[in-house]
Design a protein around this ligand. Structure first.
Ligand SMILES: Nc1nc2c(ncn2[C@@H]2O[C@H](COP(=O)(O)OP(=O)(O)OP(=O)(O)O)[C@@H](O)[C@H]2O)c(=O)[nH]1
Ligand SMILES: [Mg+2]
Ligand SMILES: [Zn+2]
Length: 331
């Protein structure tokens, strides 16, 4: 007993001696990864944007610096809280603090990639131009529901409305219980947007060209240069966002701009989660005759019945079926 205690003490001493300062820092960083507390020699930082193997970090004092990422680190994105330490000419991100949530989407190769983290609201933007892709809005709604973030549906470029179809669509979402907003970037008054944002962190998503960056520019006129500088001029002379980027509003809110997409893959979501992403389906889920009903052509399907009764719109149901069908194609 006595000897083993001595042995233990010796082991501890040896371990202590063998730990280099760098190792100690790493351990501290790992500890903070689990409890979210920053430690002295690893500074706390907010990820503004991710550029390939580097991340633009904002320190607690508001300074910005480009940091390398320590290998094997979980991929940090705009909105992430990290620990970092200065190096000779730059900085290095040493740990990612546990996220509250993360919006992910598959890249062109089908690999799931994080887009933005620690968000309160997801602003899903659509417009008369470019014409809305069928089911894209519903895909985003499923994604928001999947990570338990409140979605808000925004009809932008309302100055370009030629008929009532998009306005009708917006009203349909409002009737389903989603918060909605109709706006356009030439509107001088942005109070509708400010009251929606209400000091929270939000991410703007939607097709390329619907005016996500322009909405941010409208809220932050002074940031216009930065928006331009960090965008890439596409061949049509248009500024298109290429990586998610975080902007601060004076009252503490954070806006994360994200690159537009043609399609939003949901291969990481199960058919059950897709159904959960359609709010008006909730009262009917679990009510079908078969417990594993796929809501296709099974008898006594509660969802099909609700569609026939006109309680669930045929359009939304088709959109659901289209998304579920695409899950098996994505595999
Ligand atoms: N008429 C009109 N044009 C707008 C409005 N908002 C933006 N635009 C124009 O639409 C184009 C695209 O706007 P962006 O803000 O770059 O769109 P985005 O959604 O950020 O596009 P990506 O970064 O590619 O995803 C620009 O030429 C804008 O000037 C609007 O409310 N009305
Ligand atoms: Mg943009
Ligand atoms: Zn069913």
């Amino acid at each position: 007993m006595h000897t083993s205690l001595l042995g233990l003490a010796y082991n501890i001493m040896m371990t202590k001696r063998r730990l280099t300062e760098q190792q100690a820092r790493r351990i501290k960083a790992q500890r903070s990864h689990s409890n979210g507390e920053a430690v002295n020699d690893n500074e706390h930082g907010l990820v503004i944007a991710r550029y390939g193997k580097q991340a633009l970090i904002e320190s607690r004092t508001g300074e910005r610096l480009l940091c390398h990422l320590r290998p094997h680190l979980e991929s940090p994105v705009a909105g992430d809280e990290v620990l970092w330490e200065p190096t000779e000419n730059k900085g290095v991100v040493t740990a990612l603090i546990t996220r509250r949530n993360v919006l992910e989407r598959p890249d062109l190769q089908g690999r799931l990639r994080p887009v933005a983290a620690n968000i309160d609201l997801m602003l899903i933007v659509f417009a008369p131009e470019p014409a809305p892709q069928p089911a894209l809005l519903d895909r985003y709604l499923v994604a928001a529901e999947h990570i338990d973030v409140e979605p808000v549906v925004i009809l932008n470029k309302a100055d370009l409305l030629v008929d009532t179809s998009q306005r009708d669509q917006l009203q349909h979402y409002a009737a389903l219980g989603y918060r909605t907003l109709e706006t356009h970037c030439n509107q001088a008054d942005a109070s509708d947007l400010h009251s929606l944002i209400n000091g929270q962190t939000l991410v703007l998503v939607g097709q390329s060209g619907v005016g996500k960056s322009s909405l941010i520019q409208r809220l932050l006129p002074d940031a216009s240069i930065r928006i331009g500088a960090l965008s890439e001029v596409a061949d049509k002379g248009r500024h298109t966002t290429t990586t998610a980027e975080l902007f601060h509003l004076p009252e503490g809110a954070r806006l994360i701009d994200s690159p537009g997409v043609r399609d939003f893959g949901l291969s990481h979501v199960t058919a059950g989660s897709v159904a959960q992403g359609f709010r008006e389906f909730w009262p009917y889920l679990g009510q079908c005759r078969f417990r594993d009903c796929q809501h296709g052509d099974e008898p006594d399907c509660a969802l099909q019945h609700a569609v026939t009764q006109g309680v669930i719109s045929g359009e939304r149901f088709q959109s659901y079926q289209q998304i579920v069908a695409s899950l098996s194609q994505d595999d």
